[in-house]
Design a protein around this ligand. Structure first.
Ligand SMILES: *Cc1c(COP(=O)(O)O)cnc(C)c1O
Length: 395
């Protein structure tokens, strides 16, 4: 969207950061049929489409239970609600994530406690978790950022030792694996988002929580619909957070393509890595590395770069859109200022906010576009920062 507005100094057409039209074109007929069948049934709230999708999605993420809900944000909130948290409780998470992760903790009344990331993976550093645990700690929310699993074995071990719930924020990582296990099936809960820009996106907002335990799944089902099993009889205080039947029908079509789309994303990531090598950019660019234990699904392809803001501006002028996920770590944002964190307290997250840059990646991304993205980056470093190159000074 930013790409089209500021293509001032180039005659080349702007390329897309992300292109949902390209994907829709490949499945248009099936999607329209799915939507039509829901409209013909006039069954919009829960019902068969949602139930079948929940089964298919549970099978896909290899989790025994899945409960559809209204968004990824609600998925996190619902999972946290099962733990009956309040002002005397603390939940550990990363400050380098989308705001919903910590916002959901705060909404339960509990206190978010931030633990810095491992700069190699952008995910919570398990070695720093234990020192953040107090007698108030109740849960850990690791985030599988950009589609790469967090270090779940050490996290699970710590959680077991201290009797903490593990709630995986898998919003960006459906299909990602950790030692062969699908994310969302490793902790007690897995939280997924079907926001259109996620790897499995619906036509609006949607989400899902997976659970390992039948009683917990039952509780989630109650919580998402006013605590009712039987109409107008509430067993517990709940909310209205359902997955629409229309969205479930669309997701049932799209989930069958997800593995093929993930393969395409991985191929694009490999091509980027080869192109960066070809252009000899390793002293100014760090490409994402996938630990051998992990199957990355590349919801985003995020590099680390010198002179990030100048590079981004130059690329924009050349019609090459990029994005920054995330420009500001959560512990320094006004919404969490009451927690009292200071600048410098989470150095790796703060640095990642300053030097990370997301490049276009989506299944239908043309190879020519990727070549142009990397060539533009090479041009920037050749023409703009020759003198600074290799001085070891990150901007
Ligand atoms: C997208 C996202 C969410 C929230 O999902 P919504 O469906 O937009 O509410 C939560 N956590 C992370 C890491 C996300 O990327």
């Amino acid at each position: 969207m930013e790409a089209t507005s500021t293509v001032a100094r180039t005659t080349k057409p702007a390329l897309s950061f992300f292109d949902l039209q390209a994907q829709f074109a490949t499945i248009r007929h099936e999607i329209l049929l799915a939507v039509e069948s829901v409209l013909e049934s006039q069954q919009f709230i829960l019902g068969q489409q949602v139930e079948v999708f929940e089964k298919e999605a549970a099978a896909y993420v290899e989790s025994p239970f899945a409960v559809g809900c209204a968004s990824g944000t609600d998925a996190l909130y619902l999972a946290l609600c099962t733990q009956e948290l309040g002002p005397n409780d603390e939940v550990i998470t990363t400050p380098f994530t989308f705001v919903a992760t910590a916002g959901s903790i705060a909404r339960t009344g509990a206190k978010p406690v931030f633990v810095d990331i491992d700069p190699e993976t952008f995910n919570i550093n398990p070695d720093l978790i234990e020192q953040a645990i107090t007698d108030k700690t109740r849960a850990i929310i690791p985030v599988h950022l950009f589609g790469l699993s967090a270090a779940m074995h050490p996290i699970s071990k710590i959680a077991l030792k201290h009797s903490l719930a593990v709630i995986e924020d898998a919003a960006q990582a459906i299909g990602a694996t950790y030692y062969g296990q699908k994310v969302g099936s490793i902790g007690d809960f897995g939280c997924f988002s079907f926001f259109p820009s996620k790897n499995l996106g619906c036509a609006g907002d949607g989400g899902m929580v997976t659970a390992r335990d039948r009683d917990m799944a039952d509780r989630l089902t109650l919580l998402r619909a006013h605590g009712t099993r039987q109409k107008y009889h509430s067993e517990i205080i709940g909310m209205n957070s359902r997955l629409d039947a229309l969205q479930a029908a669309i997701l049932r079509v799209k989930i069958r393509y997800l593995d093929a789309w993930t393969r395409a994303r991985r191929e694009h990531a490999e091509l980027y890595a080869r192109l960066f090598e070809h252009y000899n950019l390793s002293d100014v660019i760090t490409v994402p590395k996938t630990p051998s234990s992990c199957g990355h699904v590349f919801n985003q392809y995020v590099i680390r770069s010198r002179h990030r803001d100048a590079l981004r501006k130059y690329m924009q002028e050349q019609g090459v859109p990029t994005a920054v996920y995330y420009p500001e770590p959560l512990h320094l944002q006004p919404a969490f200022s009451h927690l009292g964190y200071e600048q410098g307290s989470m150095p790796h997250s703060e640095r990642a906010c300053a030097d990370s840059l997301a490049l276009p990646i989506y299944p239908e991304l043309p190879a020519d576009d990727q070549e142009r993205v990397v060539r533009t980056i090479a041009d920037f470093y050749k023409s703009h920062v020759q003198t600074n190159r290799g001085n070891g000074n990150h901007e």
